[in-house]
Design a protein around this ligand. Structure first.
Ligand SMILES: [Fe+2]
Length: 321
């Protein structure tokens, strides 16, 4: 056992305030921290997004939690792995634990944190409104109107996963497996691979996409149900943010999704109903053809959905409708 859960991610951005406001509008709770900002999910005692000053939008680092034995194992593996270099704790993001870079120059933190399943077991979920749907043979709501509060702020419970670009999919896959101890859940040809920590996890906490350069693609936050995805996405569009893609249901991971484009070209995804892999022995990772791996239903993804916007220097502010 090496890392046990995905803890937080950090982005360097030219406009901290615009990015912080975006995540607050999305449903996270932010605070200024030095020259940067930190965001958390309501009721969760864990930083989930860290923003640091940067002239260009950059994926600053990824942070994972481990047991103390797991941390020692990762350190040993990192010291021996080609292209990996242990580095000092960054001044802008002084989290405990070990820090290292890989062959792509990406920065990682691994620290001792409670061994927790990544499906929300670490912290209690916020109480949600009861979710009842009528279906054939299953009429749970009788003689009642079924509407929910249309204007309620959608509250994501936790950061679920992050997807980033890499110039060498096979090398990055090997790094995640051999240094961090993640296991592959599925892949699709030479374009994308999905990884999770062993021992009970969402289908993926990290996924990697082949591209010309490293870059942040999206971070995904869990909400109660498909209604919260619809309401959350709708509210963000009304606030003037750009639609990333949705609503729909993915094929690999099976989650419902709606992506909203952030001011620096990244995406934030509302998700629910992701596949959970409880027994690793029963799961067989497969290599799926591209035409069946992406989504089961939803609108046609816009051409820029898979574009790598790493390096943008200006924030695009929302234009409220
Ligand atoms: Fe996602």
């Amino acid at each position: 056992m090496t890392v046990r859960h995905f803890h937080h991610f950090a982005l360097g951005v030219p406009d901290i305030e615009a990015q912080k406001t975006f995540y607050e509008d999305f449903g996270l709770v932010g605070r200024v921290d030095g020259n940067g900002a930190v965001l958390r999910c309501v009721g969760r005692d864990q930083d989930q997004v860290v923003l640091t000053e940067s002239k260009e939008r950059t994926l600053h680092h990824l942070s994972f939690g481990a047991t103390s034995e797991g941390l020692a194992q990762v350190k040993q593996r990192a010291e021996a792995y080609p292209g990996v270099r242990l580095v000092d704790i960054p001044k802008a993001t002084p989290y405990d634990g070990i820090w290292f870079t890989d062959a792509d120059g990406m920065l990682y933190n691994v620290h001792v944190g409670a061994a927790a399943p990544s499906n929300g077991g670490l912290m209690p979920q916020q109480p949600g409104l009861p979710f009842r749907t009528n279906g054939p043979g299953h009429y749970t709501r009788q003689n009642q109107k079924g509407s929910i509060e249309a204007d309620a702020q959608v509250v994501p419970h936790r950061l679920g996963h992050l997807i980033h670009f890499t110039p060498d999919l096979e090398a990055k896959l090997a790094f995640y497996r051999n240094v961090l101890g993640l296991v592959m859940s599925d892949r699709s040809e030479h374009l994308i691979a999905f990884l999770r920590p062993p021992g009970g996890s969402d289908h993926h906490v990290i996924a990697i996409i082949q591209d010309e350069k490293v870059g942040f693609h999206h971070a995904s936050f869990e909400v109660d149900d498909i209604d919260r995805i619809g309401l959350g996405g709708q509210a963000m569009i009304r606030k003037g943010y750009r639609n990333g893609w949705g609503v729909g249901r993915h094929a690999l991971g099976s989650n419902f999704f709606w992506y909203i484009r952030d001011p620096h070209g990244g995406l934030a995804e509302y998700f629910c109903d992701i596949d959970y892999i409880a027994d690793d022995a029963a799961w067989e990772a497969k290599n799926w053809p591209l035409d069946v791996s992406f989504y089961v239903w939803g609108p046609e993804p816009p051409p820029e959905f898979a574009q790598n916007f790493e390096g943008v220097t200006k924030a695009v502010k929302p234009v409220p409708r």
